[in-house]
Design a protein around this ligand. Sequence first.
Ligand SMILES: [Fe+2]
Ligand SMILES: [Fe+2]
Length: 260
Amino acid sequence: MTKRVLHLSDLHFGRVNAPALEALCEIVLARKAELDLIVVTGDWTQRARTVEFRAAIEFVSQLSCPVVSVPGNHDVPLYDLPRRLLAPYSRYAKMQSTTISDYQDEFLSVVGLSTVNPFRVDSGHVHQTDIDRTHAFFSKAAPNALKIIACHHPLFDPREMRWLRPEYRAKRLLDTGADVVLSGHSHVQWVQQSDELGRAILHISAGTSISSRLREEVNGFHVIELETEVSKRPGVLVKTYDLTKTGFLERDRPSQRFTF
Ligand SMILES: [Fe+2]
Ligand SMILES: [Fe+2]
């Protein structure tokens, strides 16, 4: 049996590339019966405005499978300092009406964490409470389930741009038994398996799926296919999609298959 997880990130409602939004809705709605889960790794909005979250909720309301959501640094207000420091998630909380923060089934254990630090504009932060929560969550996972951390800031970056602090806590978070980390923030798509902790950990960074805030590449996302068998750990196939003149198309390269 194959399970499919759609990984979107950095939609930035408020700075949307309209053709990309249209193309994303088209492909997601056409293939919604094939999708088991959607994970969105933060930066739903450009400036955490109510109207932007309303657009994000309207987008989610069209989807028919569970949506795991985490906040990004753009989902807390930038210029409204009292709100930023005293109630940073008060507007992001509206997303919880249509999304979930964690997901668990026989084959998947997905924990969503906030790596946002309201006291800093850009860089992320790992909280000890989230390390404890991840340990507790993964301890309830099915024996062969793939353990996935979803967070906005990358826990590993092949270009050595480590935005997540402090680094020792990022390592402790990976040491909870995570097999896969889904992240965003860089607006660049990359997929890399590392063995930093002496075992295989797959890092998947999604670019910006629909925003006009592009860096180095076009809008895109990943579809992660899990080859599931009850008595085995799932193999993972990562397919990367890019926006073209005729909509989102799978990147022309050999599929990337990973085992754990
Ligand atoms: Fe972003
Ligand atoms: Fe970000």
